[in-house]
Design a protein around this ligand. Structure first.
Ligand SMILES: *Cc1c(COP(=O)(O)O)cnc(C)c1O
Length: 368
């Protein structure tokens, strides 16, 4: 046997893989070995030794030869208590909220149906919609990167979206849409509104107590931004009847036993997660202020564990991003992502020493 000629493989792919998929690039994940990593809103703090010992013990006693149990009620109860989900709501678990986004789109959208979000926002809303044969409509934010409510209402009237995703606070801009604006969108939406509260612990603001008030709202959360990005766990809370429908799309056994065991253990130490989030909240404003004091830098208000900054001095966003990368500091470049984000870079709030290293590097780069 000899391997098939590359041209034959290419020909078969061209005739088989969807044209829109062939044109896409995979979701960018930077190589980070030896770098200061301020590009992905991870928590910079590792769990304390005592919690890690506790995890090691539970994981050791977890049977790996069996599929995960069908009954998730213990974890559901623990999650509801830990994160303030109303008793009368149910929760659906996903392998990260990325999986939950797919589940929602697949459950609600026939091919060509519209998924909508203010834009720019979380890129995976757009990607998941396309993968699942829906049509994504992004409604531009204002030039100040705030929600354009009249534009949103008009776009919903025109496109009748089956699903509206609202990231509150929004990623990558950091803005927190007002309750009045969110309520107006929920009222006017013909289908489901998913409130993506990935950054809720940093905003200290939530729709969760109201999740059952409207017939068309679910609240989605993740543990990725509060210290557990490596676990891959997200949850979606809503009326039990919504959860019954969405649960039909959940891949069987999507939540592995190690994740379940680890979560049950970590939730007994929830205060540790809360304390880490509080530290990041406290460090956000000093970082934003120091960035805003640099020449030619505009910082947008953020309710997340990150800030978006526009660089319009001698160096443009691409040049600043590259100069930081050369110094092994990773942040996320949105300069070329959308016209509203021209020369914008997104910086996660890191540990104090990381923030200081970033600021020192920027001082040097911008004064060179
Ligand atoms: C990071 C992020 C998520 C990602 O969640 P995972 O649980 O890690 O898949 C979801 N929504 C928004 C807006 C995010 O920024």
């Amino acid at each position: 046997m000899s391997a098939a000629p590359a041209a034959d493989v290419a020909g078969r792919i061209a005739g088989t893989v969807r044209a829109d998929i062939r044109e896409l690039a995979a979701y960018p994940v930077a190589h980070a070995d030896g770098c200061i990593k301020l590009d992905a809103m991870e928590c910079p703090y590792e769990l304390p030794e005592s919690v890690r010992d506790d995890i090691a013990r539970t994981v050791r006693d977890t049977a790996l030869n069996r599929y995960p149990a069908a009954d998730l009620s213990a974890l559901q109860a623990a999650i509801k208590t830990a994160f303030g989900v109303p008793a009368a709501a149910d929760v659906l678990f996903g392998n990260g909220s990325d999986e939950l986004i797919h589940i929602v789109v697949q459950a609600c959208c026939a091919p060509g149906d519209v998924v909508m979000s203010p834009w720019p926002s979380f890129v995976y809303f757009d990607m998941a919609a396309r993968f699942d044969h829906a049509r994504f409509v992004g409604v531009p934010l204002t030039a100040d990167l705030t929600l354009d409510l009249p534009a949103m209402l008009a776009a919903m009237r025109e496109h009748q979206p089956k699903v509206v995703f609202l990231a509150v606070p929004n990623n990558p801009t950091g803005g927190l849409w007002s309750d009045e604006d969110v309520a107006a969108i929920v009222d006017a939406a013909p289908g489901l509104v998913v409130l993506d509260e990935a950054y809720q612990p940093f905003a200290e603001h939530t729709w969760m107590p109201r999740v059952l008030d409207a017939p068309n709202v679910v609240v989605m959360r993740t543990v990725s931004k509060i210290g557990l990005a490596g676990l891959r766990f997200g949850y979606l809370a809503g009326h039990p009847d919504w959860i019954v429908e969405l649960n039909k799309l959940r891949p069987p056994y999507n939540l592995d036993v190690l994740t379940q065991a680890t979560l049950m253990t970590v939730l007994r130490h929830k205060a540790v997660l809360d304390e880490q989030a509080a530290r990041l909240r406290a460090d956000r404003e000093p970082l934003a202020a120091a960035l805003a004091a640099l020449p030619g830098v505009r910082v947008f208000p953020s309710a997340g564990n990150f800030v978006l900054a526009r660089f319009s001095g001698k160096l443009d966003g691409n040049a600043v991003h590259l100069a930081l990368k050369t110094r092994k500091i990773l942040i996320r470049n949105f300069s070329n992502a959308h016209p509203l984000l021209a020369n914008c870079l997104r910086i996660s709030v890191g540990a104090p020493a990381e923030n200081a290293a970033l600021l020192a590097a920027l001082q040097e780069i911008l004064s060179a």
